[in-house]
Design a protein around this ligand. Structure first.
Ligand code: XBP
Length: 249
């Protein structure tokens, strides 16, 4: 079956938004609420095990702040902090946009020019996904994606396959006609369970994770003059990720 669409994860895959985006935004929201919490780079790496900003905060409260005297309803508290965090995140992107990872712009342009559909399947909230797209490629990036599914559009977040299944449904394609691009083990499990072949582009937070289900694991998509490093799998003699290699996965 021929390749018809590419489904992208967002945070960590399109851009390194976790350490310098979401993490900083959480800390600003804590400060704003007079909470003495600071999520350092290492702690944030541990917290990333939990997908979804609201779910991550709930986990942090349970595990790291069990004595915290919550004077209001827990769901309301989490919603409020997350809402403020999202405002800070969007502000950070507007003031100082986080660059796309190596090869992302080239590859999405190549795929789109070749008539393939592009989709997004993210655990982050839709607003935060759109904020990244609106602040990339001079505001032209969102237009390239036919389908954007994210956050609370499904009940179960990654590693559950639901978000990828929803993307496939909206694309009206079978998993054999698409590939997924991810950066985490949870994302890989989600995509694989939805029947998708998956390319992994690792980052500092995820490079030690288990990617044995992936078709190929590289450090980034790469460019002709900035080739990728293959970590696991068959690169079919390619130096960077392009459509020809995507069709061979
Ligand atoms: C990444 C996530 C998100 C972000 C925070 O999703 O797990 O939770 O860290 O975003 P993906 P929100 O890699 O699937 O794009 O605060 O908007 O949830």
């Amino acid at each position: 079956m021929s390749l018809k669409a590419i489904i992208f994860d967002v945070d960590g895959t399109l851009a390194e938004t976790e350490k310098d985006g979401h993490r900083i935004a959480f800390n600003l929201a804590f400060q704003q609420a007079d909470l003495p919490w600071q999520w350092g780079v290492n702690l944030y790496g541990e917290l990333l095990e939990i997908g979804g900003g609201k779910e991550r905060l709930r986990h942090y409260l349970n595990i790291y702040q069990p004595q915290f005297d919550l004077r209001e309803d827990l769901d309301l508290f989490i919603r409020k902090i997350h809402q403020n965090k999202s405002c800070h995140y969007r502000q950070l992107l507007e003031n100082n946009s986080i660059p796309l990872r190596v090869g992302v712009e080239r590859f999405i342009t190549e795929a789109s020019n070749a008539g393939l559909k592009l989709a997004i399947a993210s655990t982050a909230s839709v607003e935060n996904v759109k904020a990244l797209l609106d602040n990339s490629l001079n505001g032209e990036m969102a237009k390239l994606f036919t389908v954007i599914v994210a956050g609370d559009m499904v009940k179960k977040k990654k590693p559950a396959p639901d978000i990828y299944q929803l993307a496939l449904e909206k694309l009206n394609l079978s998993p054999e006609e698409c590939i997924a691009i991810e950066d985490t083990n949870q994302g890989l499990i989600a995509a694989t369970q939805a029947g998708l072949k998956t390319l992994i582009t690792v980052n500092e937070y995820t490079k030690q994770q288990n990617f044995e289900l992936a078709s190929l694991v590289v450090n980034y998509l790469g460019e002709k003059n900035n080739p990728f490093t293959v970590i696991e799998g068959n690169n079919h003699n390619h130096d960077y990720f392009n459509l020809d290699l995507a069709r061979k996965l």
